[in-house]
Ligand binder design. Structure first.
Ligand SMILES: [Zn+2]
Length: 326
């Protein structure tokens, strides 16, 4: 059911079946002439039915609604092509746009899986992961390609509100938050979540995604945010949460470094197996494949950041990267 947060501004909770994230927050601003919708949910019937019935309840007509996407992930933009009409403009950051339009063919996936092999992921499991990934099965249809690129500082006005795009790379190459200065309110997408730590993985086009993420966190801490509107679940104290996320990654980096000191020459996959994860599994071997994929990506982002800081070194002479503390 839509929840009115401010006059003409609503939160639309969209269920995410089979996802540990549980719920996506879509937001809509009713503007009279035109309305503005932020994020959509996966491309699957449960999300479509939930979102469209809530939009209908509010009398939102997609023919006079623009769609603003915080980032390229399928749970945020999966339904975009199914919602657009001739009158809909769809906006996403210039840096995330190519990733969104990428056609994740099986060959493409295997090529990107080669990186996972470099991180020590068993080769025969790479193809298996392909079948489990929402990037493959619930991503937006490729029939629609007419995304309008946005840059840091771009402004959107609707219903008396002005939203300014704030580029916050880290979770994705060019994730966007949207800042409403007058209301001291920020749509934080997946940059700041309150009861989950945003997943930080690696990207072929980014050297140090965790470094980017930590810098983006410190950067938005300077905004006087009184209300944060996150992409998933509930809100909370913005500045306290940033402090907690910074300290979470500091501890995780220290933990990684300790693992490397005790076990020189591990692969990224091995390091991931020795890190602590909030998942109900008795051992690393029991992790579902999709979760292992996330875990290895996250371990990689931490190791690459330690390397960028001069605290660790990846030996790349073999097919598989081996890690050492410096
Ligand atoms: Zn995301």
């Amino acid at each position: 059911m839509p929840q009115e947060l401010m006059p003409n501004l609503y939160r639309l909770p969209v269920p995410l079946p089979d996802s540990p994230l549980k719920l996506l927050n879509s937001y809509v601003i009713k503007g009279g002439d035109r309305d503005l919708l932020i994020d959509t949910g996966f491309r699957r019937p449960e999300c479509y039915e939930s979102l469209t019935s809530q939009l209908a309840e509010l009398g939102v007509d997609m023919a006079r609604t623009d769609l603003l996407l915080t980032h390229l992930h399928a749970d945020h933009c999966g339904l975009a092509p199914d919602l657009v009409t001739e009158g809909t403009r769809v906006f996403i950051s210039r840096g995330d746009k190519p990733w969104l339009m990428r056609d994740w063919s099986r060959e493409d996936w295997i090529a990107s899986g080669e990186r996972m092999v470099r991180f020590g992921f068993p080769r025969d499991t790479v193809e298996h992961a392909f079948h489990q990934s929402p990037a493959h099965s619930m991503a937006p249809s490729k029939d629609f390609q007419n995304y309008q690129p946005i840059d840091d500082g771009d402004e959107f006005s609707c219903g008396g509100y002005t939203l300014r795009a704030v580029c916050t790379p880290g979770h994705t190459p060019a994730h966007m938050c949207f800042w409403m200065e007058t209301q001291k309110t920020m749509f934080t997408g997946d940059h700041v979540l309150f009861d989950i730590s945003p997943n930080i993985t690696t990207w072929t086009t980014v050297d140090d995604s965790l470094g980017d993420y930590l810098r983006s966190l410190k950067m938005i801490d300077a905004y006087d945010v009184q209300l944060a509107l996150p992409g998933h679940r509930e809100t909370g104290n913005f500045h306290a949460r940033i402090a907690a996320l910074l300290s979470h990654h500091e501890k995780r980096l220290a933990g990684c470094l300790e693992v490397l000191r005790e076990n020189p020459g591990l692969t990224t996959y091995d390091v991931a197996g020795l890190m602590r994860w909030k998942i109900r599994c008795s051992s690393w071997e029991d992790f579902p494949m999709g979760q292992k994929w996330f875990a290895v990506g996250e371990a990689a982002s931490h190791l690459l950041h330690l390397e960028a800081c001069g605290l660790a070194r990846g030996d790349r002479t073999d097919e598989v990267i081996r890690w050492y503390a410096q």
